[in-house]
Design a protein around this ligand. Structure first.
Ligand SMILES: NC(=O)c1ccc[n+]([C@@H]2O[C@H](COP(=O)([O-])OP(=O)(O)OC[C@H]3O[C@@H](n4cnc5c(N)ncnc54)[C@H](O)[C@@H]3O)[C@@H](O)[C@H]2O)c1
Length: 252
């Protein structure tokens, strides 16, 4: 394995949400550091353009609905069968769910869908990779949560619950895996410039930025740097932790 612990030479890295935004930026960065990236997303068009950009073999670009438990397991099993190892899982896929809806008005189907993709998807992916990582006595798992999971955004209850669920999930699981060479962490960004925010009103953006001491939104490439660390051999003594990417908003 590489001398440089941040290198991904000979490493197999599964990245969800890779079609755009933070996931695509992470796929670019990890590819540039030598990783064999398996790019997963529900959005086939975005996957196709990433494949062209990074010159990925067709079998490393896999359409997947994270909200389907069987598909998640089948996809991870197929990647392991093909690649013979899974060194890192970086899960960036996610949906915002209802916004500007008071909790008593949230439709249950919307609540369930947000949890299914963000939280259950996180659990299913983790369950699927753990046996392979345990066998290898090595693994890195990184899930993208949100500042919303630490502080809560009004009118976004399903999203808040899904993201705080992710943060709680990694805390307990990290202790189960601590002696197996596997670290599992989450990451809580504040507002990041990605397609997810393309429709956010100027007023809301201004409010969000006003809470960030650096006075600007974050860039997907900045988040990718943290995820690359969390997914690398270098992240060897930190587990169960929620990394921060908020420009100074959250210092806890
Ligand atoms: N952008 C921000 O301001 C921000 C802030 C905090 C947290 N986050 C989190 O960061 C992660 C990445 O966000 P982003 O800004 O890059 O968003 P994005 O919308 O640009 O990308 C999310 C990706 O997830 C994919 N996806 C959605 N549902 C899926 C499903 N069922 N199965 C598989 N893939 C699915 C989408 O197709 C998309 O490519 C998300 O988990 C998001 O909640 C984003």
């Amino acid at each position: 394995m590489p001398e440089n612990k941040t290198s991904f030479d000979n490493r197999v890295v599964v990245i969800t949400g890779a079609a755009r935004g933070i996931g695509a930026a992470t796929a670019r960065l990890i590819s540039s550091r030598g990783g064999k990236v398996f790019a997963l997303d529900i959005a086939k068009e975005g996957l196709a353009s990433l494949q062209a950009e990074l010159n990925l073999p067709a079998d490393q670009v896999i359409p997947l609905d994270l909200g389907n438990q069987n598909s998640v397991k089948e996809t991870i099993d197929a990647i392991y069968a093909k690649a013979g190892r899974i060194d890192a899982l970086i899960n960036t896929a996610g949906v915002v769910g209802p916004t500007n809806v008071k909790v008593e008005d949230v439709q249950w189907a919307d609540f369930e869908n947000t949890l299914r993709i963000n939280l259950f998807g996180t659990v299913w992916l983790t369950q699927a990779v753990i046996p392979y990582m345990k066998k290898a006595k090595y693994g890195r798992i990184a899930h993208v949560a949100s500042i919303a999971g630490k502080e809560g955004n009004p009118g976004m209850t399903p999203y808040n619950v899904s993201k705080s669920g992710m943060i709680g999930f990694v805390k307990g699981v990290s202790k189960e895996l601590a002696a197996d060479g596997i670290t599992i962490n989450s990451l809580a960004p504040a507002v990041i410039r990605t397609p997810m925010n393309a429709d956010t009103s100027d007023e809301t953006l201004k409010y969000m930025i006003s809470r960030i001491p650096m006075g600007r939104v974050g860039e997907a490439e900045e988040v990718a740097e943290l995820l690359a660390f969390m997914g690398s051999e270098a992240c060897s003594f930190t587990t169960g932790f929620t990394f921060d990417a908020t420009g100074g908003r959250a210092t806890y």
